[in-house]
Write a protein that binds this ligand. Structure first.
Ligand code: AMP
Length: 513
């Protein structure tokens, strides 16, 4: 099934229902949204010769046109290649080349000189309005037929651990992922409004499908990005808003909400995930926003759908086991199974940490034209996530760390996440990130990068004293590096690779004996 059938269906069933919003202003109802997608699809086919299976790239900021183009691409049977607009054009050019895209849509249509694009790829202005297709044209009256295994979205990984890879997501993957959402994360109603505050080329963009299926509203903030105060304004005007937010975004929302005395009115759901949410930050978020948070754990290779932690558990601050409950990432979502594997890929019993593996309808078909990487990631039908975690007897999954981030010091494993949790609870710590540094004596040593709330009051000896009261001393950071901010990618994830690189290059850090 072509995922664009959902838009065609919504356009026929509810033509007058509000669909697309720029800020608080409605710009299209479902009838117009479906017609725009179809008209653009006809243009792709008639004027640019796009055929089913061709790749079409989007290198644009968030916008309603983004959604129209995505659906036009699928309507024509082609494959969308959304590229993070914060990448350098040279990086985007690499992706276009790797995907062998025939077209690239950009804001304004003048980002690349023709020689900067691979042969056969043309740049078009994604914001340009298309002329309506003549009413008698029956061409593409309905979306081009597609099988559920056909490719729909070529999703380029952020490449923080090497060259970016194209994750192949099929129409079937996207359908399964979307159907899990109301079952496992949050029911959707036509009164809902999904707000795209994080880049639509990544996780946030994936929320569109179920909201199209349910005939809900789609809102792109006027800033075309994330601004906490703007979000709160949209929530009060539009009501019932839902959004995906990385933990760093939730943290900024909490700061802003406290600053302006806002308590989450008009927000229905904040789905957080994509990186660890520290206990101290979650506590603040629940105190500020109440029962509005749901956690998901996923990765591009099984998008948004490995596990989910329910709103009820997160909100139940009075439960004696609250801290343990919310330290996990919840239970397997409806269309996947989870296993924990040892290094030989044999399943491990509950309680034992190992690599998290996933199998099910949302798991990618493989990496685009990269059989070696596909064979490493997909073993006997299981996706090896590269994340370390354990399942408890009741099926709740706890994520300890990325396997490559685990620090081995003096032969013992230290999971950076647990060290970060302890330091993040210190009242004067705003943000923290822990990495390993090569060490002649210990193999690796633990280094904590800390952003203090107030640089005047915090020092390494205070943090050290805080730490040894709470955790085994072999896990204690050997160094604290104080920073005013931490490097993050455009999805708000802290770039541990940059911090490790910095450690290699700079020796003059504050060392604690
Ligand atoms: P990406 O493919 O860029 O979305 O990154 C996926 C990775 O982000 C996962 O493999 C995890 O390491 C991390 N991640 C995703 N969700 C969570 C979560 N809820 N808690 C902690 N880490 C997460």
């Amino acid at each position: 099934m072509n995922i664009a059938n959902w838009l065609n269906d919504a356009g026929q069933r509810w033509p007058g229902r509000p669909a697309l919003f720029e800020g608080p202003r409605q710009v299209a109802d479902y009838g117009a949204f479906a017609a725009l997608a179809r008209d653009r699809a006809v243009q792709l086919v008639n004027e640019h010769g796009i055929a089913p299976g061709d790749r079409v790239a989007l290198f644009m900021k968030n916008g309603c046109q983004y959604l129209e183009l995505l659906y036009a691409i699928w309507w024509a049977g082609a494959v969308a290649v959304p590229i993070n607009f914060k990448l350098h054009p040279a990086e985007a050019g690499w992706i276009v080349d790797n995907a062998q895209a025939r077209l690239i849509f950009t804001d304004g249509g003048r980002m690349f000189s023709p020689e900067a694009l691979p042969h056969g790829c043309r740049e078009l202005d994604g914001e340009e309005r298309v002329a309506c297709v003549p009413a008698d044209s029956q061409r593409l009256a309905t979306p081009s037929p597609r099988h559920s295994d056909d490719l729909a979205w070529l999703f380029y990984t952020s490449g923080t651990t090497g060259r970016s890879k194209g994750v192949m997501l099929s129409h079937g993957n996207l359908t399964a992922m979307s159907l899990c959402y109301p079952l496992d994360v949050d029911p959707v109603s036509p009164d809902d409004a999904v707000v795209y505050a994080a880049p639509m080329s990544h996780g946030a963009g994936l929320y569109n499908f179920i909201h199209v299926r349910c005939g809900a509203r789609h809102v792109v903030p006027q800033s075309r990005g994330f601004k906490a105060d703007e979000l709160f304004g949209l929530a009060s005007v539009l009501g019932n808003i839902s959004l995906f937010a990385a933990p760093t975004m939730v943290k900024r929302m909490v700061e802003q909400a406290r600053h302006q005395g806002y308590g989450g009115e008009g927000i229905k759901t904040i789905v957080y995930g994509g990186a660890p949410m520290y206990l101290a930050d979650l506590q603040d978020a629940v105190e500020t926003f109440g029962p509005r948070l749901v956690q998901i754990y996923g990765q591009g290779e099984s998008p948004m759908t490995i596990s989910a932690l329910s709103r009820e558990w997160i909100a139940d601050r009075d439960h004696p086991d609250w801290a343990t409950r919310v330290a996990c990432v919840g239970r397997a979502q409806s269309c996947v199974e989870i296993r924990i594997l040892d290094p030989g890929h044999a399943p491990l019993p509950p309680g034992q940490p190992g690599e998290i593996a996933v199998r099910g309808a949302t798991v990618m078909r493989g990496y685009w034209r990269n059989d070696a990487a596909t064979d490493q990631a997909l073993v006997d039908g299981w996706l090896l996530t590269g994340d370390i975690g354990f399942l408890d007897h009741a099926g709740y999954l706890t994520l300890t760390d990325r396997s490559k981030d685990v620090i081995i010091t003096g032969g013992s494993n230290v999971y950076p996440r647990e060290v970060e949790e302890v330091l993040a609870q210190h009242p004067d710590v705003f943000e923290v990130c822990v990495v390993g540094e090569p060490d002649a004596q210990w193999g690796e040593s633990v280094v904590a990068f800390v952003v203090p709330r107030d640089a005047e009051v915090l020092d390494a000896s205070l943090l050290n004293a805080w730490f040894i009261e709470r955790m085994a001393s072999f896990k204690k950071p050997k160094k604290y590096v104080f920073r005013t901010e931490l490097p993050k990618n455009s999805y708000g994830k802290i770039l541990k690779t940059d911090l490790r690189q910095w450690l290699k290059e700079v020796a003059s850090v504050t060392a604690v004996p």
